[in-house]
Write a protein that binds this ligand. Structure first.
Ligand code: NDP
Ligand code: 8X3
Length: 246
């Protein structure tokens, strides 16, 4: 069903988004890949055996999103993946810039893209929005209040969008991963290797490919099937805070 489908992936320059690009391309989809680091997207496009459009785009920039995505009114699957955590620490000592980056990217950016792309799906009477949430949106952990809140917002947006789209033929899903070893922690801790290594210490974390497989599966269900949410944790993880480190 994904053969010749147009799949738009935000945050495709790294991690889960990049793995989604490979996974959808392997199933015959045409891709629209977005991120701020255009050179990485160009490199990725060169590796894919698929029709690929590369868009250097910051999802926070509403005007740019509207302008650059306007021509793509035939998107079959939108993977709202672009996101990040910035810093980890007590809220009362929080960095305003970190909060803005997380909320503007994870919440407002996702809304900007969704508002621009979904009307084309409604007009055609078919389409699928797959949001990348997180176990952090279902649970919270010390030092992560704002990131967890941003992912809880994604969960509520997913549910609300599904209600608003009922009867239009457009499906809405969320895939909520636990610990995935990508550049996520490098970004969060600004390259502090000790802190990054501690996140995945003593466990066999999920890979970006594990999540991409799930996203592709969700998007590849028959027309009558809407998978609403999938939580994928590492085998040694029980909740956002309970991790067995061997
Ligand atoms: P990465 O850091 O590897 O990838 C993040 C991607 O988001 C990059 O391609 C980055 O591209 C893009 N991005 C960030 N900000 C923007 C922006 N303003 N505009 C456009 N693109 C942006 O991390 P992951 O692959 O792990 O993260 C992907 C998603 O998965 C995020 O939403 C994250 O919250 C979620 N997630 C991650 C988990 C994990 O443990 N890794 C677990 C649960 C959820 P560029 O910098 O080039 O713009
Ligand atoms: C990323 C997973 O638990 O590191 O969303 O916040 S966690």
């Amino acid at each position: 069903m994904l053969v010749d489908a147009t799949v738009l992936v935000t945050g495709a320059s790294s991690g889960i988004g990049q793995a989604c690009a490979h996974s959808f391309a392997a199933r015959g989809a045409n891709l629209v890949l977005c991120a701020r680091r255009g050179e990485r997207l160009e490199q990725l496009a060169g590796e894919l055996d698929a029709e690929v459009t590369v868009l250097e785009l910051d999802v926070r920039d509403r005007e740019a999103v509207t302008e650059q995505l306007a021509p793509f009114d035939q998107v079959d699957v939108l993977v709202n993946n672009a996101g990040l955590a910035a810093g980890k620490g007590p809220l009362q000592e929080g960095d305003f810039d970190h909060w803005d980056r997380m909320i503007d990217t994870n919440v407002t950016g996702l809304l900007n893209v969704t508002r621009t792309v979904v009307p084309g799906m409604v007009a055609r009477g078919s389409g699928h929005v797959v949001n990348i949430g997180s176990i952090a949106g279902r649970d919270t952990y010390p030092g992560g209040a704002v990131y967890c809140a941003s992912k809880a917002a994604v969960d509520r947006i997913t549910r609300g969008l599904r209600m608003d789209l009922l009867g239009t033929g457009v499906k809405v899903s969320t895939v909520d991963p636990g610990l995935v070893e990508t550049e996520f922690s490098v970004v969060r801790f600004e390259g502090d290797t000790d802190k990054v290594n501690k996140v995945y210490e003593g466990i066999d974390p999920l890979t970006a490919e594990d999540i991409a497989e799930t996203v592709t599966w969700v998007a590849d269900r028959p027309p009558n099937v809407q998978v609403t949410e999938v939580v994928v944790l590492a085998a040694e993880q029980a909740t956002a805070t309970m991790v067995h480190r061997g």
